[in-house]
Design a protein around this ligand. Structure first.
Ligand code: 2AM
Length: 561
């Protein structure tokens, strides 16, 4: 993503916006890119209907003026325990607060992208929808809460919304139609590679970087980009398409008395079932819907007793992989019944661990292999075990870049940087340091890293030590959670270094957090709040306000999942 060389709000096209025609503002609040792609499609539809459109990433939106919007469309995903995507956190907080303006001159529509296997399904969409109505805005059409497979619902919603807006708004003459893009435009348009049309690249290096006695299996992976011309920036994520383990496919087929050569239809093509299961369906993520449907098909009494009980279904799905459910309640299904249960396979995103300033034709990621066992049988995560176990050097892997403008180094090379990244959350900071090293950036850098054991789990130890020696890394604080009786986490180190951390913040430091969203990122935020309150001499409310301001100024950025 690159910044537009124009004042925010300035139209990109040369034709002037007709002043008397209200623009439709589309607020795109995206976590993995789906909300943004949908927003772009809607923009194109509305432009096609000769409406003025202003597409804004939520992170760039000047939300204090939200009350002036005449026509507002919010496309948002939801993350973790019902939070809005990172780029919409400040907007969401403002809108939910007492400071939110009256909106009785506005009309709005909301599309929520979610995942029904989560307890707080589409909560951000529900929040925005309810709050906009509460503030007095008129709802143009009912909110949609879409599940992982949202394409059909999205298309029909776009059509209905376009019709409604077209009927309501005096249309601009064709010469006056213009799309205004505030903040950033998507550079990806110039790249021939995307989620739908990925680059086939080859695996160059796959190396275990945790020790032999570690509880974790973390891999450093390098992918050769060849002369593809694929470009990314530190902070971006790598999308990886993967395939399921053929042994898992076989195990599932046998439990269901299927052979694997039964033809099924995938993207309008006939494909043998075994191949479809390997390449086109999720086998490693169970969901309440799958459990519910399987219960109905298998007529297994214990599973049937879960039907309708949302939290029991959720718990069962979270603790029982699909194959173990089939083992527990084996049943005879036909091939179409099986694929009818399953979700289509989607690529996984990994924070990029390298900079092209240092490795022009490579992209690196840091992958924690997910391994556990269910009743003595080894189970693995889909993409992580593909990368760690099944992909070998020189094998082809399909990848694309998911740009993330919400996780960027400061524009000024002198600005101090504070990086908090326990576990595989370290990845983007390796990219940051490579970039700052090559740029000869003079700003100070401070890393907080944590993992269970110093001897086993110090990811990229040699590199950090070199950066400390060379002076690029001003401070490194390490939290080895299991090297002593009591747990020590990065937030403990943050609290212990509060005075100096506050000095850095006063000097204009940017703070970055990467890693676990549900526990770590929340605990780290609490520690930061306490540091700001104590050393900035504020009460907790003022500290909270201070942190919100940092977020709005892009001085507090998170890449959490
Ligand atoms: P633990 O597994 O020993 O509890 C990376 O996973 C590191 O983050 C590990 O050292 C892990 O410690 C630690 N961790 C676990 N929960 C955390 C939390 N709530 N906040 C910060 N770090 C946490």
């Amino acid at each position: 993503w690159g910044m537009v060389n124009q004042a925010p709000g300035a139209p990109v096209a040369s034709a002037p916006v007709a002043v008397d025609v209200p623009a439709v503002t589309i607020l795109s609040a995206s976590q993995t890119g789906n909300a943004r792609r949908l927003s772009e499609q809607l923009r194109d539809d509305l432009l096609g209907a000769k409406l003025n459109v202003n597409l804004v990433n939520a992170g760039d939106y000047k939300f204090k003026q939200i009350g002036q919007e005449k026509l507002l469309v919010v496309v948002t995903s939801t993350q973790g325990e019902g939070e809005p995507p990172e780029e919409a956190v400040a907007l969401h907080k403002f809108l939910m607060s007492k400071k939110a303006p009256k909106m009785d001159a506005s009309a709005f529509a909301v599309f929520g992208l979610g995942d029904t296997s989560y307890e707080f399904f589409s909560k951000a969409g529900k929040d925005f929808d309810a709050r906009l109505a509460e503030l007095g805005a008129e709802r143009l059409l009912d909110r949609v809460d879409a599940d992982v497979e949202y394409a059909a619902e999205a298309q029909s919603w776009r059509q209905r919304l376009t019709d409604i807006l077209q009927a309501r708004v005096p249309q601009a003459g064709s010469a006056q139609v213009t799309a205004a893009v505030t903040g950033s435009v998507n550079e990806i348009h110039s790249s021939p590679y995307s989620k739908e049309a990925p680059l086939s690249a080859s695996l160059a290096v796959s190396q275990k970087i945790t020790g032999r006695d570690s509880d974790k299996d973390v891999r450093h992976i390098e992918i050769d980009l060849g002369d593809s011309g694929l470009r990314y920036q530190p902070g971006d994520a790598l999308g990886v398409w993967f395939e399921n383990d053929t042994a898992l496919v076989q195990e599932l087929l046998e439990l269901l008395w299927l052979k694997g050569d039964e033809p099924v239809t995938v993207d309008e093509h006939a494909v043998p079932l075994a191949q479809a299961l390997q390449k086109h369906y999720e086998l490693t993520v169970n969901t309440p819907q799958i459990v519910e449907k399987y219960a109905g098909l298998s007529r297994n009494e214990a599973l049937m007793s879960l039907i309708g009980d949302k939290s029991a279904l959720q718990h069962y799905a979270q603790t029982t992989p699909i194959v173990d459910m089939a083992r527990y309640a084996p049943t005879e299904l036909n091939a179409e019944q099986l694929t009818g249960l399953l979700r289509p396979l989607t690529p996984r995103l990994y924070s990029i661990a390298s900079s092209q300033a240092e490795n022009e034709s490579e992209v690196h990621i840091t992958v924690g292999a997910v391994r556990f066992d269910i009743e003595g049988r080894a189970r693995t995560g889909g993409a992580s075990s593909y990368l760690a176990d099944r992909l070998h050097e020189d094998d082809e892997v399909r990848i694309f870049i998911e740009h993330n403008d919400n996780f960027r180094l400061p524009a000024d090379p002198q600005t101090p940087v504070i990086m908090i990244g326990p576990g595989t959350g370290i990845a983007p900071f390796r990219a940051f340091m490579q970039q700052r090293d090559s740029d000869g950036a003079g700003g100070k850098n401070w890393l907080f890293f944590g993992n269970p054991h110093f001897t086993e789990d110090f990811l990229y130890q040699v590199e950090w030590q070199r950066y400390v020696k060379d002076g690029l890394l001003t401070h490194i604080d390490l939290a080895w959670s299991r090297d002593q009786q009591h747990k020590v986490y990065v937030q403990d180190k943050i609290r212990a270094k509060g005075a100096e951390l506050w000095r850095w913040i006063e000097e204009g430091a940017h703070i970055y957090v990467c890693g676990d969203a549900n526990r770590m990122a929340k605990d780290v935020e609490q520690a930061l709040l306490e540091v700001v309150a104590e050393f900035g001499a504020m009460d907790i409310e003022a500290a909270d306000e201070f942190l919100s301001e940092l977020r709005i100024e892009r001085r507090y950025q998170r890449d959490v999942y």
